[in-house]
Design a protein around this ligand. Sequence first.
Ligand SMILES: Cc1cc2nc3c(=O)[nH]c(=O)nc-3n(C[C@H](O)[C@H](O)[C@H](O)COP(=O)(O)OP(=O)(O)OC[C@H]3O[C@@H](n4cnc5c(N)ncnc54)[C@H](O)[C@@H]3O)c2cc1C
Length: 213
Amino acid sequence: MVETDKPHEHVAIERFSPAGPLAVLPLTDPEGDGNDDYQTGYRRSVVWVCPKGEDKYLADDAHFLATLQQAFGERAGTFVAAGRRGAYPLTRVLADKQVEGRCVIMGNAAHTLHPVAGQGFNLCMRDAHVLAQMMSAQVLKGEDIGDTQLLKRYETARLSDQKRVIRFCDAVVHGFTHPNPAIKLARNVALVAFDKLPNIKPLVANYAMGLKS
Ligand SMILES: Cc1cc2nc3c(=O)[nH]c(=O)nc-3n(C[C@H](O)[C@H](O)[C@H](O)COP(=O)(O)OP(=O)(O)OC[C@H]3O[C@@H](n4cnc5c(N)ncnc54)[C@H](O)[C@@H]3O)c2cc1C
């Protein structure tokens, strides 16, 4: 958690560097009794992808805030306070099998994605929705919700969306970290177009949410 001198206004900001993305995301304020020492609407979480072995996050608060400010710039204002930090290795996972007998693995255990596009939890929700629908239909037919054939059909039904999102996240990571100047130019043109052209953002958002393929 960090605090800025500018309110977040519920806007997430992500910057891309050759080392990986750096995202600053709005945080909901905790329920308070009015005596807490935080200002409403100024708390944000930070997702900072660093090369293996880098330990920027471990530095003392003042050094961490200065390094973050330098890497992120002024878009979110000045970083004035930092909370506890942790580091996690980023590992891509797509389980060989998501179903065995009457057991289904879901969520990160089934697929772990790069957080570049914030897609992992959305994907888990779509998996859960499809499984719930299939199980409801099974209940209405008076049949077993743990039937292996049903669960296998669930796995098959979800694989294409899961692979699509993994490819999408990989493409975003490679697109933003690739050193080739031609790819950098194409990326920058695409970003400007994304920002300026009407109707592109809803299209990309729908694609990312799995509403259109
Ligand atoms: C930095 C980051 C940012 C993200 N941002 C977004 C986003 O903006 N939008 C989005 O849709 N998704 C996002 N995701 C992905 C999202 O966090 C995951 O999809 C989601 O957390 C998966 O939930 P889960 O319950 O399957 O796994 P987890 O959240 O990983 O939960 C698994 C839990 O099991 C515990 N556990 C593990 N092993 C054991 C064990 N042996 N015994 C007992 N407990 C155990 C772990 O400690 C953990 O608490 C992000 C991921 C990361 C890393």
